[in-house]
Design a binder for this molecule. Structure first.
Ligand code: M6R
Length: 595
């Protein structure tokens, strides 16, 4: 996964647009970055490190030029270095290419090109592309023909953008990696994701797999694999640049944690109709589901899917949940009756896409639960349920987890046809209760008390089990500390051996029957572990624990959503105290587009 930006316009502003775009794409990868300006001569500048490091690789007063491409990288082939940073060029240095994805047959292409006399300067799979274009031009092909010929030889996933020396045209192509075009008044854009150019235009065209684009200041032409011009739909993005900025917060993650009440309001809007006690999701009106439901997802989205599957089971719908990377239609029974639900914030996660595609191939009914309009998951599923969380830039998923949970809760109700008046009231009250948690949380003090711990454990049962897993994932992602989540009852079957006075235990104690979890708390206390309870029943719990993080009661299904916010805050403040790179944790990226 990586981020791509391209711009071609009518003034000398390419450099500024590219740098702004790269800053907006850094969540996709941030181990090296580079740009190429095409006019009047091709100049390439790249550096290992974050986008800020790239500033030092260019003249202090920037660069002129009306056309250029940029890239921020998350390494797959070859370690982060100046040489492996994109753009990559051909032997003559007159063709520059940026790429997101993986070229699976690059080794054989490279061997052939090297045998023909091409010289390579990096370890990347990407570098074969400029050399393939160069080789085609040497045989007399035009620039566009050469680009198409090069792309036709690639196997794997790619979003590619290419510029040529002294040429105002950008040539682009996509297959299984996202690419969106922006239509502006003073130029045109392309990027892996809309935040890269939302400051300049909100009119976009999503490129489909196996499509090509030719972009210059006077227009955009999209063609299919045969070269035929494709009619494209121009869509308007409904969020503004401020939504994608930090709005005064120190970190995107903290901003996004605080945006949860608004995100949930958006998710519920016009879907929960209190007047006639109904939940109605317009985009799922034609969804029929007779058979079992199978959820596929990764990471935080998997935890949301676990939560969703439990809701479905409780509503009497047969439901299972799979890690997308373990979903294998050869061994798991999937038929045309099965509804396969891909839960994915980005809609681009390679493992989830692979599971979704295999379900599609078998003829299952498919649904994407995603945040990103026009994402691969949205386009390749039979149905889409948008979670409407707004852009999430911090690598650690926060508001999208809450929105996924709420969207799945509504979905379970529509599918089972059973939404009680009480549940509807609880759903509608949730945003205000979330705000209350944010306003009154003492998570920062708890974080201060345990910042030096050796390891952290999270326990919960029922709907709180996925929240315990998510609490641990969040903490390890951004603090780099060892953290594990367990079903509360499982602790005594092994993990208890790790529990000591150096390992705080965060216990989720909500719902109607808390007695068993209280029993588990006593087990860890007997091993001298400090216990922090996240609970809506403080009076029943506080005598057994060291700290309480209180949440309002939102009923057994929804209170865990509130409890999770307390855990997000604990993780945030521990990572903050440790001075970690909260929005861009080491080794991680927002959108994982490799399997
Ligand atoms: O975009 P997706 O929801 O498909 O992403 C899945 C995971 O990669 C993602 O949730 C990851 O675990 C996050 N970094 C968690 O904070």
């Amino acid at each position: 996964m990586c981020g791509i930006i391209g711009y071609t316009g009518t003034n000398d502003g390419a450099f500024d647009v590219l740098m702004t775009g790269l800053a907006g794409l850094e969540y996709r990868g941030y181990d090296s970055a580079g740009i190429a300006i095409a006019d009047p001569t091709l100049s390439v500048h790249k550096r290992e490190g974050e986008v800020a490091a790239l500033e030092s690789a260019v003249p202090a007063d920037g660069l002129g030029g009306q056309t250029g491409i940029g890239h921020t990288r998350w390494s797959t082939h070859g370690p982060p270095s100046d040489a492996n940073a994109h753009p990559h060029t051909d032997c003559s240095g007159s063709i520059a290419v940026v790429h997101n994805g993986i070229i699976e047959n690059y080794q054989s292409l490279r061997e052939r090109l090297e045998a023909d006399g091409h010289t390579f300067e990096s370890d990347t799979d990407t570098e074969v592309i400029p050399h393939l274009i160069e080789a085609a031009i040497d045989t007399g092909a035009t620039r566009e023909e050469a680009f198409r010929q090069a792309i036709s030889q690639l196997e794997g996933s790619y979003a590619v953008a290419t510029v040529f020396e002294d040429d105002e045209t950008i040539y682009a192509a996509r297959n299984e990696s996202p690419l969106v075009l922006g239509i502006g008044d003073e130029g045109h854009y392309l990027a892996s994701d809309v935040p890269a150019f939302i400051e300049y235009t909100d009119r976009v065209v999503y490129l489909e797999d196996e499509q090509f684009a030719r972009i210059n200041p006077s227009g955009i032409v999209v063609t299919d694999a045969t070269g035929a011009v494709v009619d494209t739909a121009v869509e308007t993005i409904d969020w503004d640049p401020e939504d994608a900025g930090k709005s005064g917060y120190d970190h995107y993650m903290f901003k996004e944690i605080n945006e949860q009440p608004a995100a949930i309001r958006k998710c519920l809007r016009e879907r929960v109709v209190e007047l006639d006690q109904r939940i109605s999701i317009e985009e799922l009106a034609d969804l029929e589901c007779q058979g079992p439901v199978q959820f596929v997802a990764c990471g935080t989205s998997y935890h949301a899917a676990l939560y969703g599957a439990r809701l479905f089971q409780e509503a009497g719908i047969q439901a299972q949940c799979f890690l997308a990377s373990e979903y294998d239609v050869e061994t798991i029974p999937v038929t045309g009756e099965t509804l396969v639900v891909a839960v994915t914030q980005s809609g681009e996660t390679a493992d989830t896409m692979s599971a979704l595609r295999s379900a599609n191939r078998i003829g299952a009914n498919t649904l994407a639960v995603t945040n990103v309009v026009g994402s691969s998951a949205a386009r390749e599923s039979d149905h889409v349920l948008y979670i409407r969380a707004g852009p999430e830039i911090g690598v650690a998923a926060t508001k999208t987890f809450a929105s996924q949970q709420v969207a799945l809760a509504m979905f379970a109700c529509t599918l089972s046809g059973d939404a009680s008046a009480e549940f509807i009231r609880q759903l509608r009250a949730l945003p205000d209760q979330l705000q209350q948690v944010l306003d009154e949380s003492n998570a920062r003090a708890v974080a201060d008390a345990y910042v030096d711990a050796e390891a952290y454990f999270f326990i919960g049962r029922g709907y709180n089990h996925p929240v315990a897993l998510e609490g641990a994932l969040k903490l390890k992602e951004i603090s780099y500390k060892h953290a594990e989540g367990f079903a509360a009852g499982e602790l005594k079957h092994g993990p208890l051996a790790l529990v000591s006075e150096k390992t705080p235990v965060f216990a989720l104690v909500t719902g109607s029957d808390i007695s068993k979890t209280l029993g588990n708390i006593k087990e860890v206390e007997a091993r001298n572990a400090p216990v922090v309870a996240i609970t809506d029943a403080p009076s029943q719990v506080e005598q057994y624990v060291d700290h309480v993080l209180e949440v309002p009661s939102a009923g057994p299904q929804l209170t865990p959503i509130l409890a999770n916010v307390q855990l997000q805050l604990v993780s945030y403040w521990i990572a903050n105290r440790l001075g970690r790179s909260i929005d861009k944790p080491r080794n991680l990226a927002k959108s994982v587009t490799v399997e």
